[in-house]
Design a protein around this ligand. Structure first.
Ligand code: PLP
Length: 358
């Protein structure tokens, strides 16, 4: 089976973890600080705060920006559930704006429609590793005095007109094993705002700066030095991983461009796409997925149910419709593109898809 995702780990990560275990300092310590400095530098953000998941990074970012009850946060309905739920955690209300047909990212025109006097923040997602339309989104944030938080959980290293994602507002990253780099579980908040960084550090550690002195409600969202050791090695390899993903995506697009029934992913002008997923729109999507499975090719649907139509959100009273997101949910199919996919695998995937539509 060619898997849809697989973490790229070798002796270097094993050695780094072993060293931490031997040191006896295994929870949050100097390794986490080193990882934060390296990640801040990589993204071009002034500060980075490590936490124990991408979800925790989102929650921490929203709370550190003071978002809570009575506030509305505009985001995409076509993303992993964590994007919407992190807003719910704060007591604020996620308000969904529909997506663009081509990039699957939130549509700035629809954001504009959804801005109300209660809107406090915009939370675009750089879905599949392709940056959202940050020029228009940043202008909307500036014009309406809104906080900008990026869900960059799928876009480590992606850039928009030369600037890395996560550096436009406050950024949030995930290091889950399927992502472009991993720490097992883990997350990172990036920001240029010193106060947000300070508050985030308190939120992840029970609201305290000084041990046993608690100034606010916080949580235990800390990353371990074990995870940070993996992250430091993975970060060094990230550009290489992304180059491999881009090369694989190029081969897939070249091989599939003439296939009727398939719409290929696009790369917008000025954008670097890091292909967390290589996602096509496919006619007879479910049959194609079953056909590929029979040919030992793993695929994924990201995502089959838009957030606003999830049972939880229906119960919360969301009855709105976002036709582009709903259509995408029926048509998208992600193909293996990660650095572990070989050229022979790619040929096999291309041949199988051609066979299916023949
Ligand atoms: C993975 C992901 C998250 C959540 O990250 P976890 O580390 O799994 O908590 C949030 N948003 C998006 C878009 C993601 O892909």
């Amino acid at each position: 089976m060619i898997p849809i995702a697989t973490p790229q780990l070798n002796q270097e990560e094993i050695d780094a973890v072993t060293e931490v275990l031997r040191s006896g300092m295994i929870a949050q310590g100097p390794g986490v600080e080193e990882f934060e400095r390296a990640f801040a530098e990589y993204t071009g953000s002034e500060y980075a705060v490590a936490v124990n998941s991408g979800t925790a990074a989102l929650q921490t970012a929203l709370l550190a920006h003071g978002i809570g009850k009575g506030d509305e946060v505009i985001t995409s309905p076509f993303t992993f559930i964590a994007t919407g739920n992190s807003v719910l955690y704060t007591g604020a209300k996620p308000v969904f704006a529909d997506i663009e047909t081509e990039t699957y990212n939130i549509d700035p025109a629809d954001i504009q429609e959804k801005i109300s006097p209660k809107t406090r923040a915009l939370l675009p997602v750089h879905l599949y590793g392709h940056p959202a339309e940050m020029k228009a989104i940043r202008e909307l944030a500036e014009d309406h005095d809104l906080t900008l938080i990026e869900d960059a959980c799928q876009a480590h290293g992606a850039s928009y007109f030369g600037k890395k994602v996560g550096a436009f507002g406050s950024g949030t990253f995930s290091f889950y094993p399927t992502k472009n780099m991993t720490t097992g579980e883990g997350g990172m908040l990036t920001t240029g705002d010193r106060e947000v960084a300070e508050r985030a550090k308190m939120i992840r550690a029970h609201g305290s700066k000084q041990r046993y002195l608690h100034e606010m409600v916080g949580y235990n969202l800390r990353m371990t030095d074990i995870a940070a050791a993996i992250g430091l090695v993975q970060l060094k390899k990230l550009d290489g991983f992304n180059t491999a993903r881009q090369k694989n995506a190029g081969i897939l697009s070249e091989g599939l461009k003439a296939v009727d029934g398939v719409r290929l992913p696009v790369i917008r002008n000025g954008c670097t796409h890091v292909f967390h997923q290589y996602t096509i729109r496919a006619e007879k999507r479910d049959e194609l997925a079953a056909f590929l499975r029979e040919r030992e090719i793993g695929t994924g649907i990201h995502y089959p149910i838009p957030i606003h139509t999830q049972p939880l959100y229906r119960e919360l009273g969301y009855g709105d419709s976002h036709p582009e997101a709903e259509k995408a949910a029926e048509e998208v199919l992600s193909l293996p593109v990660h650095p572990g996919v070989s050229e022979a695998d790619l040929e096999q995937i291309i041949a199988a898809i051609k066979d299916f539509y023949k």
